[in-house]
Design a protein around this ligand. Structure first.
Ligand code: SF4
Ligand code: MSK
Length: 665
């Protein structure tokens, strides 16, 4: 596969047409981007860093350790396995901390909303009641805001909880809960697991790689089933659970005659407030005054996914496009909060009219404008930010928008959408999915999640997805991976006929769904845990997540969050394939991650650099589960006759298809 080598031409690894087009323009040639920096970096990656064997956790080091070489252990005697495990576990802790801090902000916003102190509302009462049940909050005869307030306070308390277990764990299949108990990895409190992980990886504490990894597993579960799931669910309750919508993606969503404001980061409180402020008469008046035809909000990265899923707002670009979005010269402001914002964005806009506006005291950067998002005045903050952006419009100079580059996508596949789409609004069910997996029309489910980066060609996600679809594996996608697949045209119902094997194509065409379902942001990987749990509970595919013919990948992982996500999937029983892991410096750790974890959690990690091989490993893992379930027999092709279609449609499936037309922007 194409891989960026030091000193090679990075253009070899760019396949996204809008990026190619823009980089060929004089305007874009004036800015330095990650593509230039990759080309210019004069040193190759450190082998100790790549293999996880560089330890700098005490001042007797840094120590570079070589596995099996006695003279190359740490000054303190730490072996390669200990060093690699500590480094890996700290990645999991950092990823968990990022999701947890995001989740805490959402819970605090949820509480403020329940108190009536924000312009938001409790929108999904059904989900509110279900979450209340999980947290033991009484709902009978109570106002929705009362319930929400008690729920929010109980949820917030679980971040600092010291004893017991997190309430959300009860949502997992019983056998999975039993496994966690047996392995002693049930998280007690969200923050506690991160703190304990950092303590145990401090110099001279936990020096048994398996014991370190046990805490890494517990920490990751505090992320997936604790923080992330909490964030997703409370965000849905506040801003609405996603339903299918049509939208657009890629640089072409920017508009020449409008004020373009891009929102980048992760926490949707800011983005939702900006969406509301963009409709405010005062702002619209200001827009008119500067001679623009409107205000065009567009998403970047996971904030983009949040407002895409809930509002159908177009996405200008994913992680690797953040500099490209600005290089167009057409953006009046990029408003950012936390995570995945490259420091270079402030340099890309130097000399341009564009403002980079940081909004969170936790995330400032040099050369950006800081406008604190005030939690007790979200609309006021959002209006102040937009006013500044609108005023910039008059100063717009040279610009280039690759106009033809925008692609139709259908998004909004929350667990509830999948449930209703398959089983019908009134008797939502995963039965049709399970049945189609059992009868072989669908081989299994592949989750494609996580980030992108600049080391490999940017069509890796597409290549993996095409292999999976051809082999009748339904793809569920989140994060920047989802955006890459949307940009590649796989999130349109028509893609089913072009890319899927016969069985999957038939199911997609009958239901009218795309073969790749956009499930949300990186926090929303928790929706995948919910979907896997629903498949187990529906019956016929075993009684644990590890029994399911399902497998995940985050091929172009960049962020520490992706490793936390990978680990919580493995700790829950779902096999995952990554492109690489920083554990190769220890034979024991490599063997434990790639094999041994299976004995403990029923699933393990796998690695491969090549996209086709990644897909092959996922398919092999799915086939192995099908064999164990006894459902891997070759099925005769059965065409859906009218009666079968009626069966599917009786539950409202057809409605779900036609219902997908909403919200086209
Ligand atoms: Fe070196 Fe041990 Fe200190 Fe790590 S903890 S830097 S291996 S002496
Ligand atoms: S934004 S974590 S690059 S998915 Fe969630 Fe994208 Fe990965 Fe950031």
């Amino acid at each position: 596969m194409s891989k960026a080598k030091v000193g090679c031409s990075i253009k070899d690894i760019i396949t996204v047409a809008s990026t190619k087009d823009l980089l060929n323009q004089e305007l874009a040639k004036q800015v330095r981007t990650a593509y230039n920096r990759i080309e210019d970096r004069g040193v190759s990656a450190c082998l100790f860093g790549s293999g996880g064997t560089c330890c700098r956790i005490c001042n007797m080091g840094p120590c570079t350790v070589i596995d099996g070489v006695d003279s190359m252990i740490g000054v303190c005697g730490a072996t390669a396995s200990t060093v690699v495990a500590r480094n890996f576990a700290r990645i999991v802790a950092a990823g968990t901390a990022a999701h947890a801090d995001h989740a805490r902000e959402m819970v605090r916003g949820f509480i403020e909303t329940a108190k009536g102190k924000t312009p938001h509302d409790i929108q999904d009462v059904e989900k509110l009641h279900s979450m209340a049940e999980t947290f033991g909050v009484e709902i009978e005869g109570r106002d929705k805001n009362d319930i929400a307030l008690e729920l929010g306070e109980k949820a917030l308390a679980e971040f600092g909880q010291q004893e017991g277990t997190l309430s959300m764990l009860k949502r997992a299949p019983e056998k999975v809960q039993e496994m966690w108990k047996e392995q002693e990895i049930e998280p007690r409190g969200v923050d506690r697991e991160v703190v304990e992980m950092m303590h145990r990886t401090h110099m001279g504490v936990d020096q048994d790689y398996k014991n370190i990894m046990k805490q890494a597993a517990r920490c990751s579960l505090a992320d997936g089933w604790g923080a992330s799931m909490l964030s997703t669910e409370l965000t849905d309750i506040m801003f609405g659970t996603p339903v299918p919508r049509r939208a657009l993606i890629d640089l072409g969503v920017l508009k020449e005659d409008q004020v373009n404001v891009t929102v980048h980061g992760h926490e949707p409180l800011l983005a939702e407030s900006l969406c509301m402020a963009a409709e405010d008469p005062e702002i619209l008046e200001l827009v008119k005054k500067v001679g623009a035809k409107g205000i065009n909000l567009a998403g970047v990265c996971c904030t983009g996914n949040e407002i895409l899923m809930r509002r159908g707002i177009s996405v200008a670009g994913s992680f690797i496009n953040q500099e490209m979005v600005l290089a167009t010269g057409a953006v009046e402001a990029m408003v950012v909060d936390v995570q995945c914002v490259m420091q270079s964005v402030a340099q890309v806009v130097k000399g341009k009219h564009t403002d980079i506006i940081t909004t969170n005291y936790r995330a400032k950067m040099p050369d950006a404008v800081h406008m604190q998002f005030e939690e007790d005045n979200p609309l006021g903050s959002a209006k102040a930010i937009l006013s500044r952006a609108v005023k910039n419009y008059k100063n717009r100079g040279e610009m280039y928008i690759p106009k033809d580059q925008k692609f139709d996508i259908v998004v909004g596949f929350s667990h509830e959408t999948i449930n209703n789409m398959l089983g019908g609004r009134f008797r939502g069910s995963y039965r049709p999915l399970n049945d189609n997996i059992i009868n072989g029309r669908i081989k299994g489910v592949g989750a494609m999640v996580g980030c992108e980066h600049y080391k490999y060609s940017d069509d890796v996600h597409f290549k993996i997805a095409v292999e999976l679809l051809k082999n009748n594996v339904l793809v569920l996608a989140t994060g920047c991976a989802a955006q890459a697949l949307g940009r590649a045209g796989l999130m349109r119902p028509e893609a089913a006929a072009k890319y899927c094997g016969e069985g999957l194509a038939e199911v997609c065409e009958t239901i009218g769904m795309p073969p790749v379902l956009h499930v949300g942001s990186c926090v929303d990987n928790s929706r995948l845990l919910i979907a896997l749990t629903a498949m187990v509970k529906e019956g016929g595919l075993g009684d644990k997540i590890s029994d399911l013919p399902a497998c995940g990948t985050a091929p172009l992982w960049m962020s520490e969050k992706a490793v936390a996500i990978g680990q919580y999937f493995v700790s829950s029983g779902a096999h995952v394939v990554f492109q690489n892991l920083p554990v190769t410096g220890s034979k024991e750790m490599t063997e434990y991650l790639l094999e041994g974890m299976k004995d403990d959690f029923g699933a393990c990690w796998a690695v491969s650099e090549d996209p086709v091989k990644i897909a092959g490993k996922m398919i092999a893992a799915i086939d192995e589960k099908r064999d164990l379930l006894g459902i891997n027999k070759k099925q005769d092709r059965v065409l859906f006759d009218m009666e079968m279609r009626r069966d599917l449609d009786a539950g409202g499936t057809g409605q779900a298809v036609t219902g997908m037309g909403c919200g086209h922007k």
